[in-house]
Design a binder for this molecule. Structure first.
Ligand SMILES: [Zn+2]
Length: 230
C-alpha cells in the first residue's frame, strides 16, 4: 500500500484537480461578470443583509466587514455575519447575492433547520478528522508503514465525505432563502434574478467539487481495503 500509486493519481488526484479547477473557473467567471453589474436598488451587500436580518427580527445581529476575497461567512457561535470588503461595500448583483446568501445561513440558524444543525454538530468531528489525516500523512512519511492505515483512511474520509454531503443541501437552501428574501423585500428586480442565481449557483459548485473530491478518496481507500483482504 502506497500513498501515491498510479491508480490514486489517475482516479483520485487528476479528476479532483480538474473538477476543482472547473468550479474555480465558473466561480471567477460569474463573479468577474456580476461584480461589475450594479444592482438597481443601489444597496450595498451589507445593507441588503441588514434588511433581510431586520425583517426576520434579527435586529441585533452585527454585519461586519472582514479582509480577504470571498471570505464571507455566517458565524453561528458569534451570531454574526462577516462580509468581505468587496461584498460589504459593493452595490452589485454579486455583492447583494452573496450577502443575502450569508443572511440565509442566519435564517437557517434562527429556524433551527435540521441540516444546518447537523452540519454544525459535524464541525468538531470534521476538524478532528482533518487533524487525524494530517497526523497519518506525517507519520506515514516518517515511519513508511502504519498498521491498519487503510482502515484509518476509510474512517477519516467517511467523516469528511459525510460533512461535504451535509454541506451541499445547507448551501443550496441558504441560496434559496437568499433569493426568496431578495425578491420578497424588493431588494432585487425581476430582471436581476438570473444574475443572482448565476452567482450563487457558481458558488455552490465549489461545494459540489469538494464533495466529489472527498468521495473519490473514500472510494479509493475502500477499494484498497478490499484488495488488501484478498
Ligand atoms: Zn454558504
Amino acid at each position: 500500500m502506497m500513498f501515491w500509486d498510479t491508480k490514486y493519481l489517475l482516479f483520485v488526484m487528476l479528476p479532483g484537480l480538474l473538477i476543482g479547477l472547473w468550479a474555480q473557473m465558473k466561480l471567477h467567471a460569474a463573479f468577474g461578470k456580476y461584480s461589475q453589474v450594479p444592482v438597481e436598488s443601489g444597496l450595498t451587500g451589507a445593507q441588503a443583509a441588514r434588511r433581510i436580518l431586520d425583517q426576520a427580527g434579527l435586529n441585533d445581529m452585527p454585519v461586519e466587514e472582514v479582509p480577504g476575497q470571498l471570505s464571507d461567512h455566517y458565524d453561528p457561535t458569534k451570531h454574526a455575519l462577516f462580509l468581505s470588503s468587496d461584498n460589504f461595500n459593493g452595490r452589485t448583483i454579486a455583492a447583494v447575492g452573496v450577502a443575502a446568501h450569508e443572511a440565509g445561513h442566519a435564517l437557517q440558524h434562527l429556524h433551527q433547520d435540521t441540516m444546518f444543525n447537523l452540519r454544525m454538530a459535524l464541525v468538531p468531528v470534521t476538524q478532528f478528522a482533518n487533524y487525524a489525516w494530517m497526523g497519518v500523512m506525517v507519520l506515514g512519511f516518517v515511519l513508511h508503514i502504519i498498521p491498519h492505515f487503510i482502515l484509518l483512511a476509510v474512517a477519516i474520509f467517511s467523516v469528511l465525505t459525510l460533512f461535504q454531503l451535509v454541506t451541499l443541501p445547507v448551501e443550496y437552501d441558504a441560496s434559496a432563502r437568499a433569493k426568496e428574501q431578495l425578491f420578497r423585500l424588493g431588494l432585487v428586480r425581476e430582471d436581476e434574478r438570473a444574475g443572482v442565481s448565476k452567482v450563487l449557483d457558481a458558488a455552490a459548485l465549489t461545494y459540489v467539487a469538494a464533495l466529489v473530491t472527498s468521495a473519490l478518496q473514500l472510494l479509493y481507500y475502500i477499494s484498497a481495503a478490499r484488495n488488501s483482504r484478498n
